[in-house]
Design a protein around this ligand. Structure first.
Ligand code: ATP
Length: 379
């Protein structure tokens, strides 16, 4: 297995600086997502890892080998694209066998689970078929081998594209929005399948998506990108609970985190919408931005007054959309349906943050800490 190290990657297209010094290290065998809004540079970064694009500056190391100057074909990585890139006139089996047929024999002989030298064309053909069959079984498409891509569903096509990557036994899988052409239900199923496949094959996987839920549910670690820089690289839980910046906090999580203006006094005590809420730790003073996830706001008799705009009942939870009566800041709550049922009013409510859940960001958007748990109360 091979880890991937990116060191100071920079890239510009003309005057547009698309990557502004990206350094990341992916552990061997990890499933890592590059996530961020459209245009943040994630596809360009993936293409630089693949060797399909060259960096202006910086180095790419795969499995301990510096591959910066190497062509894509000599990096031993497999790309999986959103449009699958299958050949319509070939069968599933031929599509999957293609990388092995094209590959120099010497490289193929090194395929780990053949475990023996393959010589002569007939032997080679048998070995290729066996390899393709193994991968097809792994993906449950072994009954489709004689079909052509036009006779397959979107999900089946995606599996063929994955199979074509698997047969190569690459050092890494590089996936660019591989599920984006599938409908919502299939997309959801394929997420689990990809994770399961990764667990069984164990190959380092770099996965590009603009869908934060996809990144969060599939990955060991997530790199959140914005404007050509990595804002944070951490586990899904870290980026959710301890976002490095307000932009990470806003991008990760749905519905979006609530942000409210706050003010820390010289004594470090924070007021939020006219309420004294606690002390910021570590101590800071001046204007703050406060962040609170929708599920970390509760109904509280002494809380901040919020006018309800609309309510979404989702079965297991209720989303309440409103705005603060003083200031008109939008607020979203994710509540238990029973708690909502018990609310004294459903037009004007009072809300308070749960203890220890109010995140404090400085005026520039960098997280500086939490509002101290013990003191996070309304007065
Ligand atoms: P998306 O999710 O929309 O694919 P992304 O985060 O993957 O976005 P990139 O595809 O890496 O973003 O593109 C980053 C920026 O670089 C965009 O502004 C894009 O227009 C620009 N760009 C990408 N490729 C080229 C190119 N070959 N020539 C010029 N500009 C490019």
């Amino acid at each position: 297995m091979a880890g991937i190290v990116l060191d100071g990657i920079e890239k510009a297209f003309g005057d547009t600086r698309v990557l502004k010094g990206v350094s990341l290290a992916f552990d061997a065998g990890a499933f890592v997502s590059l996530v961020g809004p459209s245009g943040c540079g994630k596809t360009t970064l993936l293409r630089i890892i693949a060797g399909l694009e060259s960096a202006d500056r910086g180095r790419v190391t795969i499995g301990g080998t510096d591959v910066t100057g190497r062509r894509a074909a000599d990096r031993d990585v497999a790309m999986v694209f959103q449009n699958y890139a299958l050949y319509p006139h070939m069968t599933v089996e031929q599509n999957m066998a293609l990388p092995l047929v094209m590959r120099r024999l010497s490289a193929f002989e090194r395929a780990p689970f053949l475990g023996r030298l393959v010589s002569g064309t007939a032997d080679r053909r048998i070995a290729i078929r066996r390899e393709v069959k193994e991968a097809a079984k792994l993906l449950s498409i072994d009954h489709l081998m004689a079909r052509r891509p036009g006779q397959l569903s979107g999900g089946q096509r995606q599996r063929v594209a994955l199979g074509r990557a698997i047969v190569r036994h690459p050092k890494a899988f590089l996936m660019d929005e591989p599920l984006s052409n599938l409908d919502a239900a299939l997309r959801h199923d394929m997420r689990r399948e990809l994770v399961d496949l990764h667990r069984r094959v164990g190959v380092t996987t770099v996965y590009v998506t603009h869908d934060q839920a996809e990144a969060m549910t599939m990955s060991d670690r997530v790199a959140v990108m914005l404007g050509g820089v990595v804002l944070q690289f951490g586990s899904p839980r870290e980026v959710y609970e301890q976002p490095a910046t307000i932009d990470v906090a806003k991008f990760i999580g749905s519905p979006r985190i609530n942000t409210l203006p706050g003010e820390a006094g010289t004594d470090g005590r924070v007021s939020l919408a006219g309420h004294l809420t606690g002390e910021v730790a570590p101590r800071a003073s001046g204007p703050l931005q406060l962040g609170i996830r929708p599920e970390h706001l509760t109904l509280a008799a002494e809380g901040i007054a919020v006018g309800v705009r609309h309510v979404e009942f989702l079965g297991a939870e209720v989303l309440v959309y409103g705005q603060t009566e003083a200031g008109g800041t939008p607020v979203i709550l994710r509540l238990d349906p029973a708690a909502w049922e018990a609310a004294p009013s459903r037009e004007s409510i009072r809300v308070a943050p749960l203890a220890g859940r109010l995140l404090a960001f400085d005026a520039g958007g960098t997280r500086i800490g939490l509002i101290s748990a013990a003191a996070a109360r309304q007065v």
